[in-house]
Structure formats: structure tokens, C-alpha cells
Design a protein around this ligand. Structure first.
Ligand code: NAP
Length: 238
């Protein structure tokens, strides 16, 4: 679970813990919140292990996750991967700098690629897997002020559809979830009251309303669903 320390990621960890999965809780720097997520998972009767790495740094991923995967061998195979870590660095394209472009692309798109590479082969050998990529309404619709974020999420959508076709025969499904506006630290700076008027349901969603879908996509019940992008957005345009 990448980006499991806060927001949607924490809600997903708890949902998967309720389903009985042991959880690797990745985070970038917020150790206190990651530990809290782990404690909440353990209260649900499963093991939870914090795993600090920056998904934008391939060598960090190798050192932490790669080492874990190698050491685990066939004993502990990751069954569910949720690529959730993501950041926003909004600016109009005319004012966007390379750092803003690279940071957002490297976290969402490169991060998804590098993390998935580490867990894919064992999943294929195990002939079972669930990969769930957290994308966004911005990746479907495009959002002004978010050329970097929209591109990163649209890239993840393309990768989801292509990878789904590559691995379907091995019972590994790959799907994407596209949330609209969800209450979290990422949206804390937005004018919730004003933006809610654009949403048919007239409110932001809760992280638990996204994690509910992850729970289903991670379960054996979703076996015949792959290569899909499913929106969770209160009826906002997609
Ligand atoms: P959030 O509250 O800001 O939490 C972000 C999480 O990602 C944190 O756990 C953070 O770890 C982690 N993270 C960020 N950069 C990372 C990196 N380089 N390496 C590892 N972990 C990293 O965000 P959120 O709202 O829950 O969003 C989760 C996902 O949903 C993101 O991909 C976002 O794009 C997507 N999404 C959110 C919304 C929304 O309205 N909230 C809408 C559409 C899509 P630390 O705690 O250590 O910093």
C-alpha cells in the first residue's frame, strides 16, 4: 500500500485489514501517521509493517520493498498492491517549472511503474493478484492548473489498461479508481463549500467511500473485472 499514512491510503489500509490482509504501510516521511495507521490495522487483528520509501526514488524502493520481496521468497507473496501515493503541485502551464512537472510525474506515474515492477513477478508466479491504481477525475477530464497532475494520472490510466491485458491470463487484475473531490490533507486548501456546488451530490466524498471500492476490487468477487477505470465522485462529470 503506497501512501498509507494518511487520507485515502489510511482508509484503504483499514479496509484491507478488515478483510484480513496483512499490510505493508508505505509512507514518504510522516512516521507518526504511518505508525498510527499500523496500530489501527493491528487493532483489527492483522500484522502491519511500516515501510518508509519515496516512490519517486527507484533506489529507495529497491532498498526497502525489493529487499522485502527477495527475503520473503514464496513464503509471503504480495496479493494486493494499491498504488496510492500521489501529490499535487498546481500551477498554470505558463508558470509551471520543471520541478513541479517532475515531482508530480515521478511520484504518481514513475512511482507506480517502479513499485509495480517489484511485486509483479511474484504475483504472476503465484497466479493471483490485484493491482489497484489511484488515479483521478483530472486524469480523465483534464483539469486547468493541473497539467502535470492530469498527465500523471492519465498516464496511469493508460498503463492500467495495457498491463491488465498483459497479466489477465495469470489471474492478476489491474484496475484504476478515479476519485473526484475527497476530504483529505490534499484537498484541505480548497474551498469545499464553493466546489461542492459543482458536484451533483453537493458534498466532497469521504476516504471511506473510496476504500469501499478498493475493498471490492481487492476481493476474489472482482475476479472478472480488469482494465477498468471506476469513478467515485458524487456524480461529477467524467
Ligand atoms: P494525502 O492525504 O495528501 O496523502 C498522501 C499520501 O501519499 C501520504 O500517505 C503520503 O505520505 C504519501 N506520499 C506522497 N508522496 C509520496 C512519495 N513520494 N513516496 C511515498 N509516499 C508518498 O492524499 P490523498 O488525498 O489521500 O490522496 C491519495 C491518492 O488519491 C493520491 O494519489 C491522489 O492523487 C489521489 N486522489 C485524491 C483525491 C482527493 O480529492 N483527495 C482526488 C483524486 C485522486 P506521507 O504522509 O509520509 O507524506
Amino acid at each position: 500500500m503506497t501512501g498509507g499514512s494518511r487520507g485515502i491510503g489510511r482508509a484503504v489500509c483499514l479496509k484491507l485489514a478488515d478483510a484480513g490482509y496483512h499490510i505493508l504501510v508505505n509512507y514518504k516521511g510522516n512516521e507518526e501517521e504511518a505508525m498510527k495507521t499500523c496500530d489501527l490495522c493491528r487493532e483489527r487483528g492483522v500484522d502491519a509493517e511500516p515501510m518508509r520509501f519515496d516512490v519517486a526514488q527507484p533506489q529507495d524502493i529497491q532498498a526497502a520493498l525489493g529487499t522485502w520481496v527477495e527475503a520473503s521468497g514464496k513464503e509471503r507473496v504480495i496479493e494486493v498492491l494499491v498504488n496510492n501515493a500521489g501529490i499535487r503541485q498546481d500551477a498554470l502551464m505558463a508558470f509551471m517549472n520543471d520541478e513541479q512537472w517532475n515531482a508530480v510525474l515521478n511520484t504518481s506515474l514513475q512511482g507506480m511503474y517502479q513499485v509495480t515492477k517489484q511485486v509483479l513477478n511474484p504475483m504472476l508466479m503465484n497466479r493471483y493478484g490485484r493491482i489497484i491504481n489511484m488515479v483521478s477525475l483530472s486524469g480523465l477530464k483534464g483539469m486547468a492548473g493541473q497539467v502535470n497532475y492530469s498527465a500523471a494520472k492519465a498516464g496511469m490510466i493508460g498503463a492500467t489498461k495495457a498491463l491488465a491485458q498483459e497479466v489477465a491470463r495469470r489471474n492478476v487484475t489491474v484496475n484504476a479508481i478515479a476519485p473526484g473531490f475527497i476530504q483529505s490533507d490534499m484537498t484541505a486548501d480548497l474551498d469545499e463549500k464553493e466546489l461542492s456546488q459543482l458536484i451533483p451530490m453537493k458534498r466532497f466524498g469521504k476516504p471511506e467511500e473510496v476504500s469501499a471500492l478498493v475493498g471490492f476490487l481487492a476481493s476474489p468477487d472482482s475476479a472478472y473485472i480488469t482494465g477498468q477505470v471506476i469513478s467515485v465522485n458524487g456524480g461529477l462529470y467524467t
